[in-house]
Design a protein around this ligand. Structure first.
Ligand code: ADP
Ligand code: MG
Length: 538
């Protein structure tokens, strides 16, 4: 149902209800006031007629009564009139025959009238005595005609009114819907994306306000949309330039990455070299001791060998002469040869040589074994790990092979106390771990003066392998204590220390998932404690 139709119907309905109520009220009022006037007039007329006819009734003057009746009937509204005696006997009557023939029945209200005549009466009395009565009938047709006409006019006015209302609401509805149609057209345009719509503003009413608001909304939308388009364009441009920049950056980063990995490889190589040179430096410090250690047995091995050479010459002489003796058939010659041999045996002191040979051989063997041990120790110590590969290894064996190398340096000025308890094998890079112990032991040997004691212990503690190297050396100053693991930190003179030992050791132990800690008291000694997990992180 269109808005216009709704407007028309709505207004018409309200108008009809109001009109109906108004007309009903007016007609009711018209009716009741007319009916009231009629009944009052009837009563007045009856009373007046009774007064007029009283003398005629009292004197029984029928002729005058007839005259009164025809006089009163001149009143055009009266249908009939009757004068009755005290016993109801008819004295005089006149008017409409039909009306007279009906039996009298008083009407108290006009509404009750059913035969078109309002019947009423009045008593003729004198000093309280009733002498008769008059009966009248009033025609109600004229009043009904008036009311009827009023009804008809009301209906006509109502219809005209309704028609006017319908016309007006049609015009109003058309105006309103015309504006609304404009709004709808514009709204549809906006929905389609056409923001250049403009609703014509007519008049200064609320609809015009809505149209204005709509236009300003459309304008704002247009501005917002323009801004958004602009932003989108900028974003797109930005995006494109960003992509290009990202590509450039990525290429730069890739190049940088390559450089970094190359640098990393270089650093790794340098690190390995550093490790190796620190190892070599430590070994250099030991070289003199090791050389001495080897020289000692070697020198007596060499002297023993020259003695044995001498002894061998004696045996050679004796062997040659015993062979001649055995082949000599002449008895005299044989005894002379025997004498000569005996004299030589005395000269050589063969009983001493026989004893000495045993000692010499034993000493030589021992010396050679000692050299062999040292060389074995060096070999074990300088274990080269293949690509830092870790193997299941007994840490005590590391300590022992390191000690074999260091001992040559230690044993002249300090006592070594060993307490190695059995520990489970763990995954370690053997060469690296050797270097850790070498560093710490060399540091300890450098810290102690005469009568130094170095205690090396290992044990299993709370599921960890704990190795402690304790010395009674000079100790470390508290302000130095925080720096000793820094690379290149040393308190030693050039040639004695590089300052790399502990920093390298720290790195190695950390790589094995362990920790290295130090406690020290100045003038009392230091203790380095290494803790290694039994199952290190993969
Ligand atoms: N057992 C120790 N007693 C006293 N000082 C020590 C001991 N171990 C290490 N230090 C101190 O830590 C410093 C750093 O040690 P390290 O890194 O091995 O380098 P370097 O031995 O070449 O000096 C040493 O110079 C020394 O001052
Ligand atoms: Mg050192």
């Amino acid at each position: 149902m269109s808005f216009r139709l709704k407007t028309i119907l709505g207004i018409a309905l309200i108008e009809a209800i109001l009109l109906l109520a108004l007309i009903t009220m007016i007609l009711d009022y018209l009716k009741s006031s007319n009916y009231d006037a009629l009944s009052k007039r009837a009563l007045t007329t009856a009373t007046l007629f009774a007064t007029t006819t009283k003398d005629g009734v009292l004197s029984y003057d029928l002729a005058s009564l007839e005259a009164f009746v025809s006089e009163v009937l001149k009143n055009p509204d009266l249908k009939y009139a009757r004068v009755l005696g005290p016993q109801g006997q008819l004295f005089a009557s006149g008017g409409d025959e039909q009306a007279l023939q009906r039996t009298f029945k008083q009407d108290l209200q006009v509404e009750q009238v059913s035969d078109g005549i309002y019947d009423t009466f009045a008593n003729i009395s004198e000093a309280g005595v009733n002498y008769g009565r008059v009966e009248l009938g009033l025609d109600i047709a004229p009043i009904l005609a008036i009311i009827n006409e009023a009804q008809q006019r009301s209906a006509i006015i109502g219809l005209i009114e309704m028609a006017l209302v319908a016309l007006f609401s049609f015009i109003l509805g058309s105006y309103l819907t015309g504006q609304l149609k404009e709004l709808r057209r514009a709204a549809k345009g906006i929905a389609r994306g056409d923001l250049n719509v403009n609703v014509p503003v007519k008049g200064r009413d609320e609809i015009a306000d809505v149209a204005k608001a709509f236009n300003s909304m459309a304008k704002n939308l247009r501005i917002a949309s323009d801004k958004r388009n602009q932003a989108e364009r900028e974003l797109q441009e930005l995006n494109q330039s960003l992509e290009a920049r990202v590509e450039r950056r990525t290429a730069q980063l890739e190049a940088r990455n390559k450089q970094l990995s190359a640098a990393n490889a270089e650093i790794k190589a340098a690190q390995a070299q550093l490790l190796q040179s620190e190892k070599m430096a430590s070994l250099g410090l030991l070289a003199a001791g090791v050389a001495h250690e080897i020289n000692n047995p070697m020198s007596f091995v060499i002297s023993n060998i020259s003695t044995l050479e001498r002894y061998q010459a004696c045996y050679q002489w004796l062997l040659t002469h015993y062979r001649s003796l055995a082949n000599e058939p002449d008895v005299e010659k044989r005894s002379a040869l025997l004498e000569q041999i005996n004299a030589k045996e005395q000269e050589f002191d063969m009983s001493f040589i026989e004893e000495d040979i045993d000692d010499l051989l034993k000493d030589t063997q021992e010396g050679s074994l000692r050299v062999k041990e040292i060389v074995k120790g060096l070999k074990e110590f300088s274990h080269v790990d293949q690509d830092n590969k870790q193997v299941l290894y007994d840490i005590n064996q590391c300590i022992e092979s390191t000690l074999k190398v260091v001992n040559s340096k230690l044993k002249y000025h300090c006592e070594l106390k060993l307490d190695l308890q059995p520990v489970p094998k763990i995954l370690i890079a053997v060469g690296e771990m050797n270097q850790v112990f070498l560093n710490i032991l060399v540091n300890a040997s450098q810290a102690v003066k005469e009568e130094g004691i170095i205690q090396v212990s290992s044990r299993l503690e709370d599921g960890q392998i704990v190795i402690e190297v304790k010395d009674n050396g000079e100790g470390i100053k508290p302000d130095v204590l925080t720096k000793i693991f820094d690379p290149f930190f040393t308190t030693k003179s050039v040639g004695k220390g590089s300052g790399l030992g502990l920093s390298i050791s720290y790195g190695i132990v950390e790589e094995h998932g362990g920790t290295i800690k130090v406690s020290s008291a100045l003038g009392v000694g230091s203790c380095f404690r290494i803790e290694l997990p039994v199952s290190p992180p993969t």
